[in-house]
Design a protein around this ligand. Structure first.
Ligand SMILES: Nc1ncnc2c1ncn2[C@@H]1O[C@H](COP(=O)(O)OP(=O)(O)OP(=O)(O)O)[C@@H](O)[C@H]1O
Length: 359
């Protein structure tokens, strides 16, 4: 998969731009506030129908306009087929078009253009609550296996029904939803565990390259008391659930822990190491997916590498090239990535006051 053409209208300070990116590395460079991150934001919108910088896409629309459009052509199956994608926001609602068909669901967009984003806030993956780590596992599991989404949706439906009964304190039919939750929740749990098991050795490889000979380990927490099992936990939790009007046990409360040399990573590694660990986690996901389905991910790296030293930056570029994925990376100076002339398949785009030109 690679984005062969990208058209942007009214995304932040970019009024209109058209790019034909390289299927390999794309370096987006320019001064501060020129619009580099906005290019990445536009690509993210094309793959997710939302922004990664704001919860309200309305803020992304150019100040002087009422709507934004991002469209693009994605080459699939090594260029044997292509798919036309479009996302339009008219100030009130977003519309997704796939192959000119209007009102398409978000998950089809996400499958057509899988995006891995690495940006300054990514370090939160190991530093804040579990929601962001569940999203991390689910991104990988979702892209690897379409069955995961089906199981997850059935689980969410059962959870919502159970929560509705709990709020009304109507417990007579709660077992029906407990059964559904256990059934689909167990499937979700198995997919996630299997995914993390495959990811762990790939992560270890990246950690060895970027951080040295540290030993890393994942521990997945299912979201219920493992000694009791899911069903028993639901039964035992009922009083507490009724009191707090919510279901406390289940894969919606899952988490995973990253340990380095048998210690909880977030509690003892330095800020710089934490960022490198997150980088390794994200690269491991990309590597795993691109082994599974050739050239399958579009990687966006925004303002993340500023804190990496020159050697690590060069290493990053080297691995990204070896993975054969499409990459968009922002930089204020061209020299930040050293001598790029030895690379194959790269293009540079200069951004100035929202105008983008291939350099
Ligand atoms: N809705 C909007 N309409 C028009 N311009 C906007 C809007 N939102 C933000 N801007 C402006 O767009 C410009 C580009 O922002 P962007 O974050 O893309 O720049 P950047 O090149 O990534 O900067 P930096 O290197 O500092 O991160 C900024 O001047 C910003 O103030």
């Amino acid at each position: 998969m690679s984005l062969q053409k990208l058209d942007i209208f009214n995304v932040r300070n970019i009024r209109q731009a058209s790019l034909q990116p390289s299927p390999g590395l794309n370096l987006i460079y320019g001064a501060n506030a020129s619009g580099k991150s906005s290019v990445l934001e536009a690509i993210f919108i094309l793959g997710r129908a939302r922004s990664f910088r704001t919860t309200h896409i309305k803020q992304v629309v150019n100040f002087d306009r009422n709507d934004l459009i991002v469209s693009g052509k994605v080459l699939q199956q090594g260029g044997r087929s292509s798919c036309q994608l479009g996302v339009q926001f008219d100030g009130k609602v977003s519309e997704i078009r796939i192959q000119q068909l209007p009102n398409q669901p978000r998950h089809l967009l996400a499958y057509a253009l899988p995006i891995q984003l690495i940006e300054p806030k990514s370090y939160r993956l190991l530093d804040t609550g579990p929601q962001i780590r569940r999203e991390f596992i689910d991104w990988g599991t979702f892209n690897e296996n379409e069955q995961f989404l089906l199981a997850w949706r059935q689980y969410k439906t059962a959870l919502n029904q159970r929560n509705a009964l709990i709020k009304l304190k109507q417990t007579h039919s709660i077992q029906v939803w407990n059964n559904e939750m256990v059934n689909y929740g167990t499937i979700v749990d198995q997919y996630r565990r299997a995914y993390l098991q495959r990811l762990e050795p790939v992560f270890q490889e990246f950690v060895s390259r970027f951080l040295g000979c540290e030993t890393v380990q994942f521990d997945y927490l299912s979201g219920w008391d493992s000694g009791k099992g899911f069903r028993q936990s639901l039964d035992d939790d009922l009083d507490r659930d009724l009191r707090y009007k919510m279901t406390h046990s289940g894969p919606h409360r899952a988490d995973f822990i990253v340990s380095v040399n048998n210690r909880l990573a977030k509690d003892f590694v330095s800020r710089g190491q934490l960022k490198l660990l997150v980088l390794c986690l994200k690269l491991a996901q990309v590597q795993l997916l691109s082994t599974h389905q050739s050239n399958n991910v579009c990687v966006l790296i925004d303002d993340f590498t500023a804190e990496l030293d020159t050697t690590k930056r060069a290493l990053l570029i080297e691995y990204l090239q070896a993975m054969d994925v499409q990459v968009f990376i922002t930089a204020t100076e061209l020299s930040e990535y050293g001598d790029l002339s030895k690379l194959n398949n790269y293009k540079m785009f200069h951004v100035e006051h929202g105008e983008i030109k291939q350099a």
